[in-house]
Design a protein around this ligand. Structure first.
Ligand SMILES: [Cu+2]
Length: 169
């Protein structure tokens, strides 16, 4: 009886995480490296909504930043400026939204440390659906940040970026 019960729990846990992971596909987060003393930097990521209902990125947080905002770019008398985007970013059902340099982006403010190229961090994304995901973020030199050419070749992606856990057996 005990064995059956724990197997059941394992199956439920597995099914839940797979379903959640399948609804929102969050690419590798890219964070722009900073020079010592710089107080803010940008973050970029592709988010795909595989579900049947629209969602919305409403908040981002990170341990290394006091405050994180979701920004958009806008023209102001011929000058590109950025500002906080009211209501976050809509992620329509079945679509991919790119946060990239010169467009929608995550703004990390009040940095407590220098962001050094090559380091890995973590950030947490919160969605209107209640889905919350803590994902790895890669610190990159500005020239190494890919501005949107994220191709979804799955074999490629698996050999390159993703870490697979094989340890649970
Ligand atoms: Cu910004």
């Amino acid at each position: 009886m005990r064995t059956i019960f724990s197997t059941f729990l394992t199956l439920v846990a597995f099914a839940t995480s797979a379903a959640v992971a399948g609804m929102l596909d969050i690419g590798t987060v890219q964070v722009r490296a900073t020079a010592p003393g710089m107080g803010m930097t940008g973050g970029y990521v592709a988010i795909t909504n595989n579900s049947d209902s629209d969602d919305r990125l409403v908040a981002v947080s990170a341990e290394f930043a006091k405050r994180v905002e979701i920004h958009e770019m806008m023209h102001d008398n011929g000058v590109m400026k950025m500002r906080e985007r009211d209501g976050g970013i809509e992620i329509p059902a079945g679509e991919t939204v790119m946060l990239k340099p010169g467009g929608l982006h995550i703004m990390f403010m009040g940095l407590g440390e220098t962001m050094v190229a090559g380091e890995m961090r973590e950030i947490t994304l919160e969605f209107a659906s209640g889905h919350k995901a803590t994902v790895p973020a890669m610190v990159l030199k500005p020239g190494d940040i890919k501005s949107g050419g994220h191709r979804h070749d799955h074999s490629d992606e698996h050999s390159a970026g993703h870490k697979h856990k094989h340890s649970h057996d």
